[in-house]
Design a protein around this ligand. Structure first.
Ligand code: JB2
Length: 202
């Protein structure tokens, strides 16, 4: 039976998530967003109200479609709801991988055997999560980023668009790895890392 899903957030990421929901055969029935007027359409889904209105829709499942990792964590703590996991049918998921609730796996992402993905992550368009990787909750692997086998990523970390991480490295929580960076050694301090090879810049 198809699921009815309320989408939290009505920006660009929500458009991707709405596509994932629809292509999976489920229904995005409304958006809740603090910054958008009721009745605004996001793709073809109407804004129903502010985020606090979630309490009125308990019969639905929810997904947080907001790119801000820290805000996804904050919302997931305060909302006691059933979470929807959005997996686009063009994504390639190993039967031996695990994906926790509230996570989005966008079109053409690949998650290979032995990988585990935490709660409320974004595995964005065309990202590659190789075998035995472990991605902490609330992290975002941006479009076309590639994590080689056995990489671990801490919670609330963002790996930027097109970045690469060499096999078996560990990247700690709350880091940002910039667009196109190439990570060749483990990162154990929170911060912003960029370049080839990646170095701390903040
Ligand atoms: O801290 C926040 C907050 N951050 C975002 N507090 C509150 N109350 N609301 C927040 N929002 C809400 O999420 C905004 O009201 C906004 O309408 C909605 C979406 O945020 P935004 O428009 O900044 O973008 P996004 O999250 O849809 O997309 C970002 O992340 C994606 C993964 C962009 O960077 C995209 O380019 C990216 N693909």
């Amino acid at each position: 039976m198809s699921e009815s899903v309320i989408v939290i957030g009505g920006g660009g990421h929500a458009k991707v998530v709405i596509d994932c929901i629809r292509k999976a055969g489920d229904r995005a029935v409304g958006i809740l967003d603090d910054a958008l007027e009721m009745g605004t359409m996001v793709s073809d889904v109407p804004v129903l109200g502010k985020i606090d209105a979630f309490k009125s829709y308990r019969e639905h499942k929810f997904i947080i479609a907001i790119g801000n990792n820290a805000f996804r964590r904050e919302l997931s703590k305060k909302m006691d709801v059933r979470w929807y996991t959005a997996i686009h049918p063009s994504a390639i998921l190993s039967a031996y991988a695990s994906i926790d609730e509230g996570t989005v796996v966008a079109p053409r992402a690949v998650v290979n055997a032995g990988a585990s993905i935490g709660r409320h992550c974004i595995i964005n368009t065309g990202a590659i999560i190789e075998h035995d990787c472990a991605i902490g909750s609330f992290s975002h692997i941006s479009p076309a980023a590639a994590l080689a086998g056995g990489v671990t990523v801490g919670e609330e970390t963002q790996i930027g668009i097109g970045a690469s991480v060499k096999n078996r490295l560990a990247i700690c929580q709350r880091c940002t790895v910039g667009a196109g960076a190439v990570v060749v050694k483990s990162i154990d301090e929170e911060g912003v890392y960029a370049g080839v090879p990646a170095r701390r810049i903040k």
